[in-house]
Design a binder for this molecule. Structure first.
Ligand code: CMX
Length: 135
């Protein structure tokens, strides 16, 4: 079951630069940065109501976020739905013919278990499913 929009991922060239908008102008406070080395990305999460904005900055010019910005420019990179049971969700979607990028969950930022669906199956938007322990 999908519980909520967990976060919206936005690819930026520089989190320091983007902070000026999200922190200084919009008044949002991030709860620290985290590098997910395996995905060649540094993230900063800004809670907004009961969801969050996640800024994504590439740590490597060959990484997926750098490639995304090169191809499409800065912008919305993915939308993440919180689910109560990621394994069950993946199994069900697969059975329904949805193409998965991740057949099995991997580790996301903040200790979440995550999996991406293929944009071919999601009308061009990269969709992440995410399961977290905390509320
Ligand atoms: N929006 C739309 N389409 C996208 C996309 C995006 N953001 N990213 C990739 N795609 C498309 C590609 O163009 C490709 O399409 P085709 O198959 O038609 O060529 C397809 O999706 C697969 O992409 P790929 O790069 O070939 O596949 P990979 O398995 O190498 O990587 C992915 C896919 C999504 C995991 C990777 O591109 C990515 O974005 N990784 C970064 C993940 C991230 O944001 N991590 C942050 C922490 C997680 C968190 O907690 O939020």
């Amino acid at each position: 079951k999908v519980l909520k929009v967990d976060h919206i991922g936005i690819a930026v060239k520089s989190i320091d630069e983007a902070q000026k908008l999200y922190h200084d102008l919009l008044g949002l406070a991030d709860h620290g940065r985290e590098t997910v080395a395996e995905q060649k990305v540094t993230t900063a999460f800004f809670p907004v109501g009961d969801t969050e904005v996640e800024l994504l900055e590439a740590t490597d010019p060959d990484g997926p976020v750098a490639k995304f910005i090169e191809k499409k420019g800065q912008g919305v990179h993915h939308i993440a739905f919180r689910v109560d049971d990621l394994d069950a969700a993946l199994e069900e979607l697969k059975a329904q013919g949805v193409q998965l990028i991740d057949q099995t969950p991997r580790q996301g930022a903040g200790g979440a278990r995550i999996a991406f669906l293929h944009p071919k199956s999601t009308h061009g938007v990269l969709v992440e499913l995410c399961e977290r322990k905390e509320p």
